[in-house]
Write a protein that binds this ligand. Structure first.
Ligand code: LFR
Length: 479
């Protein structure tokens, strides 16, 4: 029997989960949940990183005695430390618009192909590399720490860069498995600020005595470098057997793709904008970021509506394909009035906007299912890996209409669950590092409740919707 604290930070809330492992039994308790509310200051959107740290301390205090602690969060964002180890400035949110135009400039100067050959990343405007080029504090920095590494540093005093998250920076050489110092030099970025890499499962120090005293914990509790990118932790806990599976890590984002033994860095793959992120045990997450439930979350915020189950039920009854949208349209990236942006997308493409809230929700879900279908088809084509099943993990595994639409649109069975995949992957990597667990996926399969959605026979409607969207968006003027 062992007990682990999994700190899992998401875009809208953070949690400390206590995970007990006893043979084949897994027991997961949400010990503490706290809001993660971004703050705009002086026109820049920040994370409130001290409030997050406060939440972590409170949660660890409530969890009490544990065998180890691990932290995962969203990727790409970072804090900078000065020579004395103090945080300079407040980490900036990846949805801030400070990076506007930088990705295009770097791609033109260095060649998009060069960037892709090294980092293998999907071209997203917020990749760390572009944020650093927009960061006025860089000159004063001695150390760059990605968010989970920053929090771990505050807990332990130990500095390091966990590999799965480092692989999302654009400064990590995905083939060599090391920092891409040459690329940093060419961009004029100081590669001395990049700390030594740590693979998931490696020790990341022990709780500092003063921190342990403040949190009311035993001193010297070990902190493990888990797969600290939340998507890496979530995919580690996908309850798949064998290799012929796809996954959708479904939360604020939908991360849609495959697990591969090595990266795909072809020109075709670059043009299809697929990423090659580092996973547990040297695996590659070959995927695309689909905009995800973010659009729905922002709709609820704009409507002041909190009853998601009722809306989903109504969306399930609404008329199919009133309008078709592309959730990956850049207009949907920044926070804002999403219902108005959906209406605007419809106007730009000559469609009538959805008539009510249920219809708008249905339009979002159908748009997501269409994007999943496109992405999975491309992933299979570009990698040559076949799939028989789609695993949906994360909060979206609870979204029954979306899971059913995903099965219908892809023509594949969808296995939904676990909802808490990131926290489970986090805790199970800790447990494996301590020799308590050997096969993470088998344990998740045996202990978690999973729901299967079989595809229904209306694929023609999805084919037609996909064709309609392709025609409507082909005429869109470039941004
Ligand atoms: C999901 C996620 C994605 C990453 C995005 C931004 O929470 O980590 O994998 O692309 O957030 O960091």
């Amino acid at each position: 029997m062992s007990v682990h604290a999994a700190v899992d930070l998401g875009a809208s809330s953070g949690r400390v989960m206590t995970v007990r492992i006893d043979g084949d039994r897994l027991d997961l308790t949400e010990t503490h949940r706290f809001a993660n509310r971004p703050v705009r200051v002086g026109g820049t959107l920040h994370w409130d990183v001290l409030a997050l740290y406060r939440g972590v301390l409170d949660g660890l205090g409530r969890a009490g005695r544990v065998d180890s602690i691990g932290i995962d969060s969203w990727a790409v964002d970072y804090g900078l430390l000065d020579a004395s180890g103090r945080l300079i400035g407040n980490p900036v949110h990846y949805r801030d618009e400070r990076t506007a135009g930088i990705m295009e400039r770097v791609s033109a100067e260095l060649g998009a192909g060069t960037l892709y050959q090294v980092g293998g990343l999907q071209f997203l405007p917020f990749n760390t590399i572009y944020q650093l080029l927009a960061d006025p504090l860089l000159d004063r920095a001695e150390t760059l720490l990605l968010i989970p590494d920053l929090l771990a540093y505050w807990l332990t005093g130990s500095v390091g860069a966990e590999v799965t998250n480092a692989s999302t920076t654009g400064l990590y050489d995905v083939r060599a498995g090391s920092w891409a110092h040459d690329l940093a030099d060419r961009l004029g970025l100081p590669s001395r600020i990049l700390p030594a890499l740590r693979p998931p499962g490696a020790p990341a120090g022990t709780l500092r005595a003063d921190v342990a005293a403040e949190a009311g914990l035993p001193g010297a509790t070990p902190v493990t470098a888990v797969a600290s990118h939340d998507t890496a932790s979530a995919v580690a806990a996908v309850p798949a057997t064998g290799g012929r599976f796809a996954y959708i890590s479904s939360g604020t984002w939908s991360l849609v793709g495959l697990e591969l033994p090595r990266p795909v860095l072809t020109e075709e793959s670059r043009l299809a904008n697929f990423t090659n992120e580092g996973g547990l045990d040297g695996t590659i997450r070959y995927l695309r970021n689909v905009m995800g439930l973010w659009i729905l979350q922002e709709c609820l915020r704009a409507w002041g509506e909190s009853d998601l189950p009722a809306l989903l039920a109504a969306a399930g009854r609404a008329r199919p394909f009133e309008a078709v949208i592309d959730p990956d349209d850049p207009a949907f990236l920044p926070p804002g009035d999403m219902p108005a942006r959906i209406a605007d997308f419809c106007a730009r493409t000559g469609q009538r906007p959805p008539t009510g809230r249920a219809e708008a929700v249905r339009t979002v879900l159908e748009g997501l299912a269409l994007a999943y279908r496109r992405t999975l088809r491309d992933a299979v084509r570009l990698s040559g890996q076949q799939v028989d099943v789609v695993h949906v993990v994360g909060g979206g595994a609870r979204n029954a209409p979306l899971c059913q639409m995903t099965a219908d649109a892809t023509g594949l069975p969808v296995v939904a669950g676990p909802v808490e995949a990131a926290a489970l992957g986090n805790a199970l990597v800790q447990a494996r590092a301590q020799g308590v667990v050997s096969d993470i996926r088998a344990l998740v399969r045996h202990s978690e409740r999973l729901v299967t959605y079989e595809p229904r026979g209306d694929r023609a409607a999805w084919d037609a919707a996909e064709m309609r969207l392709a025609e409507l968006t082909a005429e869109l003027p470039p941004d």
